[in-house]
Design a protein around this ligand. Sequence first.
Ligand SMILES: Cc1ncc(C[n+]2csc(CCOP(=O)(O)OP(=O)(O)O)c2C)c(N)n1
Length: 514
Amino acid sequence: MNGAETLVRTLLASGVRVCFANPGTSEMHFVAALDRHPEMRCILCLFEGGVSGAADGYFRMSGEIAATLLHLAPGFGNAFANLHNARKAQSGVLNIMGDHADYHLAYEAPLKGDTVGISQTVSHWTRVTSEPGRVAQDGADAVQAARGRNGQIATLILPANMAWDPAGGEAVAPPPAPLRRPSPDQVAAAARALRQPGAVLLVDGPALWSKLGLLAARVAKAAGARLMQPFFAARFRRGAGAVKIERMAYRIEDNLALLKGASALVLCGTTRPAGFFAYPGKPSTPDDPDTRLIDLCTREMDIAWTLQALADELGETELLAEDFVPLDLPALPEGALTLAKVGEAMGALMPEDAIVVDEGITASAFLAPGLKRARGHDVLTITGGSIGFGLPNAVGAAVACPDRKVVVLEGDGSGMYTLQSLWTMAREKLDVTTVIFANRGYQILRDEMQAVGVADVGRNAARMFDVEGPSLDWVQLAQGHGVAARRVHDMAGFNAAFAEAMARPGPALIEVVC
Ligand SMILES: Cc1ncc(C[n+]2csc(CCOP(=O)(O)OP(=O)(O)O)c2C)c(N)n1
């Protein structure tokens, strides 16, 4: 057995079943080892941002780590932006980054780069394997690290000769270390604060989509506190049957208004909210200066235990029908196309338990009221603000949940960053419907220019915000990647295209001209 073989066996023995990959020469022995193990599902992505985004979406929806296969520092660099999003989502990702044989690093070969440096900027855990006999144990440690603290980025750098030299046997990843918990005094103090009128319990993590949401709602109700969630979340439940949780807003002004006068802000599974950006003359954080901030439990800590500990202090009040979002499907709107109507049409037509990957940028706010009335579904958002997240994340979500319809809300500007993911959707026959909001520009940047206080937009600025001259043809782009596509200009066209996409499994794309 060579080192690469011990690594693949270690991954399989440790429960890793999927590898999103974009390999090169330094990874050929690893590829050969993967080839001997068809039980590992290898999925080619045509750009490394697609690899890392897919691993993120896969973790968000399955709770399992996927391996990525990346080609030296440049390949890792291409994966960086979506690793950043994954890190902010608290997704566990196991990167296998190939490198030159260690003796070859003495020379200035073209692809030689700072593999450790680039990894450490985004990974919680980085290790270079230094002996072939250690590959298996390093792999097991990497799996353990990726599963640690509710999900981390772990990167194992594998020099080519560690992969091809003879090695011993496989290893198995031990379970991750126990999660940190707040002290009983901290729980008691948080419970007292929650009982004060005007207190807010801000929750994130699995409380937004699993049964823990019920516990959080019962606790908040028992205390008489408001239950809220951050605007950007790795995954949250929305639509009919979802526990009612107030979602914070995008704009700092709206969040200041939402949190004004709160007596306490108790953080459970999250950190202090901050504005997406700083703006001249506006605060960085939305909490009221008079609000007591109680940092009870971060995303890396034991959220389930903490919520139960709060319940033990506060009691739990039973939830009633009014604590859940009722089924209130919108009617199918007709006539001229507006984003609000598109949201309603999606709300009317989306099946139960769909997965909505939201990179609609400015479109999303208009779509949300309609989508909130849909059947129950999960929403994945762009946690790290780095665009090009939507299509790759949808790949990972669809691989994780083959029985669920995935719908991507995609800005035409953001979509262009990682559109090769369409090809992976076609090749793997993934059940993903992509809706492109073709406003032919970077609309949000026009809005942001005003928000930072610049009134005049001249030629240079306009040419940095318009994506026109030429216009992108998303129907041809999709077809060129093997995905059937339609362009729609009115509600009749959208309703027909979306109904068909919901009825038929497999990838589809709808270009909404708006
Ligand atoms: C990696 C990265 N590069 C650039 C940006 C800045 N940025 C934010 S949104 C955006 C354009 C979004 O355009 P589009 O997806 O068409 O949505 P729209 O604003 O038109 O709704 C850009 C360039 C970013 N957030 N991340």
